[in-house]
Write a protein that binds this ligand. Structure first.
Ligand SMILES: Nc1ncnc2c1ncn2[C@@H]1O[C@H](COP(=O)(O)OP(=O)(O)OP(=O)(O)O)[C@@H](O)[C@H]1O
Length: 275
């Protein structure tokens, strides 16, 4: 993990850094001058009402939307993605809300998606099936998914397992940042557990994680920071020391109240305003 020693404290360098970023759809500013920092090895939860800009933030980071103002930086370098492929190449892996798998293909095929291991060279080069299966099983185990048959069709994966497969894939292929748009349909507890467990694994592997969630309870359980969006703007940024679950639940319902709380906290602790 990249760290920067600052005197007696150690500050983590941001993997993703947004400075005054604006994204428009026609005349609508879906994000307006958003500033946020996502350090390595931390989970930033994005909370906000419908239409607050959460999906647009995911679209921006994954190369589907472009900013017209401000700067988006990855590891300190300004970027402007023209495609999801470019975002992936920069090390940003996205787990979509409505994550699709190729249902008839095996679990291992879905894990590699065209990047299957091979052996031999030139005309003798062929798929290394054993390695593909073993790698899939061990990568899934790393995020806490045990006992899956790598040859089973992906249609047999439950929703939480699908997301975990995508996270396992991101870790295996060396992503630096993980963007997770939580499924809208509530997951059953075991699947929700799997998903959160995979996200926590990504954090412990040093990835910068952005989790878009509608569930303050889960956000508080795993989140290190909370970014509240309201009407496309940052209504506040807080850390887990600043809020409890009840605060988050209340604040999610109204960005204005969140702004008021942030202002009050910043007045008491000026250093919070610098986050
Ligand atoms: N493709 C689009 N074309 C025009 N306007 C859009 C488009 N996508 C989003 N918007 C508008 O941008 C704003 C932010 O929308 P966005 O979907 O990012 O919010 P959200 O917080 O993800 O909402 P939800 O939780 O409902 O998905 C909204 O006013 C929305 O109507």
């Amino acid at each position: 993990m990249t760290t920067l020693a600052t005197g007696s404290t150690t500050a983590r360098l941001p993997v993703l850094d947004l400075r005054g970023v604006t994204v428009r759809y026609g005349n609508v500013a879906a994000l307006s001058r958003v500033t946020a920092t996502l350090p390595a090895g931390e989970i930033t939860c994005v909370l906000g009402e419908n239409g607050s800009g959460k999906s647009t933030l995911v679209a921006l980071l994954s190369g589907l939307a472009r900013h017209v103002e401000g700067k988006l930086m990855v590891d300190g370098e300004p970027v402007r993605f023209r495609s999801p492929r470019q975002a992936r190449a920069a090390g940003i892996a996205t787990v979509w809300q409505d994550l699709a798998v190729a249902p008839l293909l095996s679990v291992w095929r879905n894990f590699f998606l065209g990047a299957e291991p091979s052996r031999g060279h030139g005309p003798l080069r062929r798929l290394d099936l054993e390695r593909a299966r073993a790698t899939t099983v061990s990568a899934l185990a790393r995020v806490g998914v045990m006992g899956l048959d790598p040859d089973a069709p992906a249609s047999t994966l439950r929703p939480g397992e699908r997301q975990s497969l995508a996270i396992a894939r991101a870790l295996h292929f060396g992503a630096r940042a993980l963007v997770v748009d939580e499924p809208t349909a509530p997951l059953a507890v075991p699947q929700q557990t799997l998903l959160l467990q995979s996200i926590v694994t990504a954090r412990s592997q040093g990835l910068a994680v952005l989790l878009v969630t509608n569930t303050p309870r889960y956000a508080h359980l795993v989140g290190d920071r909370f970014l509240l969006l309201a009407h496309g703007q940052v209504a506040g940024t807080l850390t887990r020391e600043d809020v409890d679950v009840a605060d988050l639940t209340r604040l999610m319902a109204g960005g204005e109240e969140f702004s008021a709380l942030t202002a009050a906290l910043t007045a008491l602790h000026p250093e919070l305003g610098e986050r």
